[in-house]
Write a protein that binds this ligand. Structure first.
Ligand SMILES: Cc1cc2nc3c(=O)[nH]c(=O)nc-3n(C[C@H](O)[C@H](O)[C@H](O)COP(=O)(O)O)c2cc1C
Length: 145
């Protein structure tokens, strides 16, 4: 059974909700999922042992959160090369964060990123995006199964 880590930061819980939908999709594809707010990840060892990594942050002032920036530096120390990956985030109008995370996972960590690209959901229509987020998770699970 593939193991997946869904790690997110959030300020007002929209990105947390997307993380839950992605985790549901991963479970549909029989992955064993760990869903965690990155404020609870302190050590690189907590990133070890997964086949699929999905990282998410909302966009504030055109950027990912500071905690996600710090988390990506921690992730750089873990050996994620070749692992399946995806990114996501809630946004209002521009949504830079999921794209930046995706590019970092691809270009710096050399991960096998989903061809679907980053998953971006507008904060006003999260329920409408539920199926999209579940499908995103299911397809990520399929990359390893
Ligand atoms: C002060 C402030 C700045 C924001 N800046 C952006 C932005 O630059 N681009 C964007 O797409 N959304 C922006 N948003 C909207 C948030 O990304 C949106 O509310 C998102 O759902 C928050 O996700 P969260 O609940 O996971 O924190 C901003 C919101 C606030 C309150």
């Amino acid at each position: 059974m593939p193991k997946a880590l869904v790690a997110y930061s959030t300020r007002t819980d929209n990105t947390a909700k997307i993380a839950e939908y992605i985790a549901e999709g991963l479970r549909f594809s029989a992955a064993d999922v760990t869903l965690v707010n990155i404020k609870n990840i302190k050590e690189e060892s907590q990133l070890e042992g997964y086949d699929i990594y999905v990282f998410g942050s909302p966009t504030y002032h055109g950027e990912m959160t500071n905690s996600m920036k710090t988390f990506l530096f921690l992730s750089e120390k873990a050996d994620l090369a070749g692992k399946a990956g995806g990114s996501f985030g809630a946004f209002g109008w521009s949504g830079e964060a999921p794209e930046r995370i995706y590019e970092t996972m691809k270009n710096v960590f050399s991960m096998n990123m989903t061809p679907d690209g980053p998953l971006m959901l507008k904060s006003g229509d999260l329920e409408g995006g539920m199926k999209m987020a579940q499908a995103y998770g299911r397809k990520l699970g399929g990359m390893v199964a």
